[in-house]
Design a binder for this molecule. Structure first.
Ligand code: HGY
Ligand code: MN
Ligand code: MN
Length: 409
């Protein structure tokens, strides 16, 4: 085995800092919503860096970016990647760390003059976050053939723009057919975004799989009326119904326990005025569980509660499913490979499920897929104070580098 290669942490840190200047928020953190101008600037920078490394860059018809490093044989590549779009209150590592660590691993191979047998593909998938356009992991879903391109182009974001128009506007509606690159295997390096590794003082997470998720949007139609002169018994208050739903979801997660989580992240009231009983409420629902049967049970209980509440309050509720994915289990061979690599580098490691969704859960449909986690300080993510310590950034990237060499040998 060639003596073990290491990534260059300074170079990785410099790239992270330079990239995060794009969409930097005044108080820290980043906002590079999918297909926004900030996303375009990030894409342009990534493509420039890929070209500087001599990678051959392709953009597919949903805007996925691939940088391919030739192998000694022209066969299916080993793929690593993640995403460079962020949520509105994004940190500096969610997604971006996995892409730039992948770039760093390829540059380390360049520096060492190593040519792998298999080609290596670095991927940045479009719209992983799903904050602006649902569903999340849109680029990888199209890549694996689980979402039709034309349906995607017509999807309207929360600001009314469509995916197709925005892809064209930022110049990333590529000409390559999605899925043209067939990965031999896929690894995604990502921050944990939860408290487990830090709490146990561990460095590496060998991710077993990704929990199931059910995203929906409820539109509640009540009746606007005067906040002062309308007796409580005559009200059809969409704002009240939205609030009850939020409270119910918290109570449901607590009663079900286990890995059940539930979130109301967005409530929009119309007309949204202090002295007008809300006519309409738009509510986002995010339910997740590692167990599919329990996730269905949670959805069933929520639906029953909403129906009963709507009848009692004399409002109508229209529900729209935005995304629905069953739990995914990564092949044990991929999970064991992460554990073995961590061990051989003397890095503490444990297996754990992913609470957050990732492109890897979609790639698992078309090739052996796995994930490597590194600790999140305070378990915090989707927060401008998201932080992972340099020694953990370095450890994760070194494990990724070794896995690439092992899979591409
Ligand atoms: O929502 C998620 O789990 C991912 O961060 N998009
Ligand atoms: Mn992510
Ligand atoms: Mn995220």
């Amino acid at each position: 085995m060639t003596d073990r290669l290491h990534i260059n942490l300074d170079r990785l840190q410099r790239r992270l800092a330079q990239f995060n200047a794009i969409g930097a928020l005044p108080g820290g953190g980043t906002c590079r919503l999918a297909l926004s101008d900030e996303d375009r600037q990030g894409r342009d920078l990534l493509v420039q860096w890929m070209r500087e490394l001599g990678l051959s860059v392709t953009i597919d018809a949903i805007g996925n970016i691939f940088g391919v490093r030739a192998g000694s044989e022209d066969i299916a590549p080993v793929m690593v990647g993640s995403h460079i779009d962020t949520v509105g209150t994004g940190g500096r590592y969610d997604g971006l760390y996995g892409v730039l660590a992948g770039l760093e691993a390829l540059e380390s191979l360049n520096d060492a003059g190593v040519v792998t047998r298999r080609p290596l593909a670095l991927a940045a998938f479009t719209n992983e976050e799903g904050s602006r356009f649902s569903p999340f992991a849109m680029g990888s879903l199209v890549h694996v053939g689980a979402l039709a391109l034309e349906d995607c182009y017509a999807i309207k974001g929360i600001d009314g723009a469509t995916v197709g128009d925005e892809l064209r506007r930022i110049g990333y509606l590529g000409d390559v057919t999605p899925g043209a690159i067939h990965a031999h295997a896929y690894f995604e390096l990502h921050i944990e975004q939860g408290p487990v590794l830090e709490a146990e003082g561990l460095t590496i997470g060998a991710v077993e799989g990704v929990q199931g998720m059910a995203w929906s949007e409820l539109v509640i139609e009540g009746q606007s009326a005067h906040a002062g002169s309308t007796p409580m018994r005559l009200r059809h208050d969409a704002g009240y119904v939205a609030s009850e739903i939020g409270v119910f979801i918290r109570r449901l997660a607590r009663e079900m326990g286990g890995n059940q989580v539930g979130t109301v992240g967005r409530i929009e009231l119309a007309p949204g005025l202090i002295n007008v009983i809300a006519q309409r409420a738009t509510v986002s629902i995010d339910l997740r569980n590692t167990d599919e049967a329990l996730l269905q049970e949670a959805q069933r209980r929520l639906d029953a509660f909403v129906a009963e509440l709507a009848a009692r309050e004399g409002v109508t509720v229209t529900a729209r499913s935005l995304a629905r994915f069953e739990p995914v289990i990564f092949p044990d061979s991929m999970v064991s490979m992460v554990e073995a690599e961590a061990q051989s580098r003397g890095l503490s490691c444990r297996r754990l499920p992913s609470g957050a969704g990732h492109d890897a859960q979609m790639m698992a449909r078309v090739c052996p897929a796995g994930m490597i986690f590194v600790p999140s300080v305070g378990g915090l993510s989707h927060n401008v104070n998201e932080l992972t310590y340099p020694q953990h950034l370095e450890a994760g990237a070194n494990v990724l580098l070794s896995l690439i060499q092992r899979l591409a040998a």
